[in-house]
Write a protein that binds this ligand. Structure first.
Ligand code: ATP
Ligand code: MG
Length: 296
């Protein structure tokens, strides 16, 4: 099987890229796939919150030519196994998961930023070599990349290396306008080189109405659902749906994941899909993986 590389990207921050990327990668390993998850959100890395394992060396060190791939790819299969055993002590994780963690230290982020490092081109070359080496030496089935939101040097590099882009967004006005812009300015040109892009809606429906709003809830929800698109002078009132955006961007929708209050308000990020395999979020992730592994 040839390696498939997915990148989770978005226009706006906080759309759920890291949550979805880490849960997907862990579930894929649980299913028996060999997976690498790379934290290319070099400006604000956060995978360590989900997989609490201090890496030997950071991805930053590799990109700067100061570490080798084997020092940077941290094996976390045991963490996936431990999560799984809570519910099913006999469960056996057949696949494997490695993570390339990025350092959140200020100096490391400065070093890796485009233009501030001595030789950004050689970092890009090393990033491309990383993918080739992972294919050759790790016998991987899937590579999952978590990216920074918006149009930034390392996000674009990640998008260029991936075969499939999962454009994660909430159905809000800023996300919609931004995703439309990215679709026409960035994703479109990558498509010419064979990259596939899909819309991945997150935190849709499942709208929880606080009890003090209940009597007027329906009216209030209607109001909250109608917004103006400030879209380069073409603003318009809209009951804008997921289908409308799919049509306008000519992108298919790969999934629409509801908003779950327990995930949203949890004080600590963790792998919900592994810890609570019967949670509806876990079922959503299973479905997403079915599509990712079957169709692409
Ligand atoms: N389907 C969901 N339901 C409820 N909460 C969610 C859902 N998906 C993600 N969240 C929560 O939303 C918050 C933002 O998610 P996350 O950090 O994954 O976004 P992100 O796109 O990676 O952000 P950034 O752009 O800052 O890297 C987190 O607290 C996460 O737990
Ligand atoms: Mg993130």
């Amino acid at each position: 099987m040839t390696l498939k590389c997915f990148a989770f990207h978005s226009y706006k921050g906080g759309t759920g890229k890291t949550t979805l990327a880490s849960n997907c990668a862990a579930l894929m390993a649980k299913r028996g796939f060999k997976v690498a998850l790379l934290d290319m959100d070099v400006y604000a890395p956060s995978l360590l919150a989900y997989f609490e394992k201090e890496p030997k060396r950071w991805l930053n060190d590799y990109l700067l030519g100061e570490a080798e791939i084997e020092d940077v790819m941290t094996p976390v299969t045991e963490i996936v196994q431990n999560y799984s055993k809570v519910h099913d002590p006999s469960s056996d994780v057949k696949g494997a998961l490695w993570i390339g963690f990025c350092s959140a230290k200020k100096e490391e982020i400065y070093k890796i930023e485009s233009g501030t490092s001595d030789n950004p081109k050689s970092q890009l070359r090393r990033f491309i070599i990383l993918k080739q080496s992972l294919i050759r030496d790790y016998n991987l089935d899937y590579m999952i990349i978590d990216t920074s939101p918006g149009i930034r040097y390392w996000s674009l590099n990640a998008l260029a290396v991936a075969d499939t882009l999962l454009l994660t967004l909430k159905m809000g006005d800023i996300d919609i306008v931004g995703t439309k812009r990215l679709a026409s300015e960035i994703y479109g040109s990558l498509t010419k080189y064979g990259t596939r892009s899909y819309l991945l809606f997150n935190r849709v429906a499942g709208y929880c109405v606080p009890s003090h709003l209940k009597p007027d809830a329906e009216e209030q929800m209607k109001e909250a659902d109608t917004f103006t698109l400030a879209d380069g002078g073409n603003g318009r009132e809209a009951d804008y749906t997921e289908e409308t955006l799919a049509k306008e961007t000519k992108l298919d929708v790969i999934s629409a994941v509801p908003c779950y209050c327990d995930i949203q308000f949890s004080k600590k990020e963790f792998l919900t899909a592994l810890r609570y395999p019967n949670h509806p979020f876990a079922k959503q992730m299973e479905q997403l993986i079915n599509t990712m592994t079957a169709k692409m």
